[in-house]
Design a protein around this ligand. Sequence first.
Ligand code: A3P
Ligand code: MG
Length: 422
Amino acid sequence: MDHHRSRSPNSRYHNHHHSAYRRERGHGRRNHSDGDPLTHHRDQLDVKTGQTPLRSQTLSTRKDLYERDFPLYRQPVEVGCFSLDSQRRFFNDGRQMRYYVEPDKNPNFDLKDGYKDRYVRRDENVKEKLDHILRWILANKETLKSKGTADSPRALDVDFVTWRGHLTKLLTTPYETKEGWLLAATKFNGTVYISEVETEAARIEREKRPERNKEMMYWGYKFEQYTCADNADSLPDPSGVVNTNEAFCTVVQTRLADHKLLFSGEVDCRDKDPNAPPPPACYVELKTSPEICTPKQRSNFHRFKLLKWWAQSFLPGVPRIVAGFKDHDGVVVSTETFLVSKVSQLIKNEYNCWRPTVCMNFCCDFLSFVKAIVTENDHSLVYLFSWEPYKDVTYSVHRDSQYSFLPRWFIDGMSGNQESHH
Ligand code: A3P
Ligand code: MG
């Protein structure tokens, strides 16, 4: 799609003077504090490769390094979908799809309703890693696999497999000042799988989450229940149970510069008009946000909230975000539709604001960085990429560790050792 391309797509991409990382050459080493983004240090390896230790490299996340032409981002194509039911069981189909029912401009949705007695919450202690995507890949491997090349017979024809949410975190990294991340990467059959690892800080935050925040997490799902129906011709049922185990996920394929991506993301609902464009163009993202009453609040909404909303929906090609604005008491008092393609115009008068091109170029350079480092094809080897605000991205290498995330059933299933009944 043309609006996803820069006028001279990716023209500066291969120019290493504009790339924020570079292989260490063993000379010309400078300290980070002098403003050079290309800093390196020796890594502490816990892997016994029997080789001379790898030389580590780091990647800067400084915004100004990514202020260049928008990289090529091919229009995402939906290659499949899957569903997770009320018990988090996987189905290779769209049974959990929901249909958007436009609310009143000024509704009166009480998001607190049902929190105590009609809420089944997904167990956040269960780390699913990439498992659902891997199940989907296994179930669809015959249609996904390329013809195969001499060195890699019948591999997946993609460079990266991951969750959309992990990519969202990458897109927003140059602007993130609070939360770091850990991303585990493993190369298997020529494809790099990227799976998030919860940071210590995030685990502590989660475990000591105040009751008020727990309730506010419910509010977002409750808004979905007020605006979604189970069928194209039925109405939402706010008297039902909110069960956050349930999910409908799209699987899309796209390309960012020279990175072929396959990723999945949860989709809230779709346009119920059967004549709506095909997925992902018919999908609708639902969001809630505090009511905007002052110019300062509007500015903050543009600068911080819209960044996350844009990144999340732009990646899978979801064109429309419906926002419910809630008062302090958790009542949605107004709604507004945001077109993802118009977000950059909305924010352009904001001082010191985020830029889509910085987000996409950083993600692109991070993926190049990963490709340069994750070279060994080994399902038990994890390259752990680590980032904290105001620091560079670093990595460490771990063999047969707690970080390994590709399950045996996936390795065997993809190698043709087993039938894929999982
Ligand atoms: P809102 O973001 O609309 O408040 P999503 O919009 O990504 O589909 O997520 C649905 C809801 O899950 C969110 O609705 C919010 O209630 C909850 N949620 C998702 N991620 C969260 C996070 N990191 N922290 C707190 N709540 C979260
Ligand atoms: Mg949502």
